[in-house]
Design a protein around this ligand. Structure first.
Ligand code: RI2
Length: 292
């Protein structure tokens, strides 16, 4: 039976008190450290992995720690060591993405983003720290409006910020120089799974001839997609969309969608800027342990 620390992490992740793939992975790994023995470790890995289905950054981390701890005699010390190692990998990947991605932000440009991604905000804040001037359009990301988190964060960092409803993205896309979004999962085909509405944004960016980039850790690669499985897409509670819908109206609420590799111009990763078609080979090189 998992203890209180794990139960709290599980419900905070499931209920979106903790949001964003990176924050979720770090919270899960911190909670994992409370495992008392090997049996409990395995139970916690299963429980936390099920909190949100479209979160390979967390799942990869839980598997990475469990695998390495099972190779060691000293359970407690090795658990802390491998969990901290993965958390550090996440943090340094994010720093690398900020540094590399900031170079792609052109002075006096306009950039559109969707939802809230720590990878994207890190890139934009780093570019601002380098005295680049640019303007950002943030789509609100209904139903939970995570775009507001992005807008607040960017504005308080001194970045010129516009906030728009999701359906206004077509109105402004022709004024943009770049679309930059985050990712929840990367697949073997080079597709990107991100907050619902991202693929629509990619289609209109293509139509308007606006560059479409993704900021994502290769650690978000989902190895199940190498075996022909599709990335699971979380469908959330209907009440997030409509509290009391009329009878006979079924409300659907998928949290994510899939943007095809052919719509993506580049992916900023901890290993540099890649074509989406190179994600698979680069992940194999950098993280051979991820192979199943
Ligand atoms: P970082 C978010 O999902 C968004 O889809 C965002 O692009 C993605 O996580 C990546 O987040 P949710 O957890 O790792 O809000 O870049 O459903 O922070």
């Amino acid at each position: 039976m998992a203890g209180k620390i794990v139960q709290k992490a599980y419900s905070d992740i499931k209920n979106l008190k903790i949001q964003g793939a990176t924050n979720i992975a770090i919270a899960a790994l911190e909670a994992l450290k409370s495992a008392k023995d090997r049996r409990q470790l395995s139970e916690i890995v299963l429980l936390l992995s099920s909190a949100r289905p479209t979160e390979p950054l967390m799942r990869n981390g839980l598997r990475y720690v469990a695998f390495n701890v099972h190779q060691h005699y000293d359970f407690k010390n090795s658990l802390g060591f491998w969990a901290d190692k993965y958390i550090q990998m996440c943090k340094s990947a994010l720093e690398r993405i900020a540094e590399i991605g900031s170079k792609r932000i052109v002075n006096n440009s306009k950039i559109m983003t969707h939802c809230h991604s720590t990878a994207v905000t890190s890139v934009l804040k780093k570019a601002k720290d380098k005295y680049k001037e640019f303007e950002v359009y943030v789509c609100e990301a209904r139903p939970l409006f995570q775009g507001r988190i992005t807008a607040k964060e960017l504005a308080s960092h001194g970045i010129k910020t516009n906030y728009i409803v999701d359906s206004a993205k077509g109105t402004y896309i022709n004024d943009m120089d770049l679309v930059l979004v985050g990712a929840d999962a990367l697949t073997a085909e080079g597709n990107v799974v991100n907050k619902i509405g991202t693929s629509e944004l990619a289609y209109i960016a293509k139509e308007a001839d606006v560059e479409f980039g993704v900021a994502s850790e290769l650690l978000k690669f989902d190895p199940v997609t190498e075996q022909g499985y599709l990335e699971p897409i979380e469908e959330r509670e209907p009440k997030e969309v409509w509290e009391r819908p009329p009878k006979r109206v079924k409300v659907r609420n998928p949290a994510f969608d899939v943007t095809k590799a052919d719509l993506i111009d580049f992916v900023v990763t901890e290993e540099g800027v890649l074509s989406p078609h190179n994600i698979l080979s680069m992940t194999h090189d950098k993280y051979p342990w991820m192979k199943r």
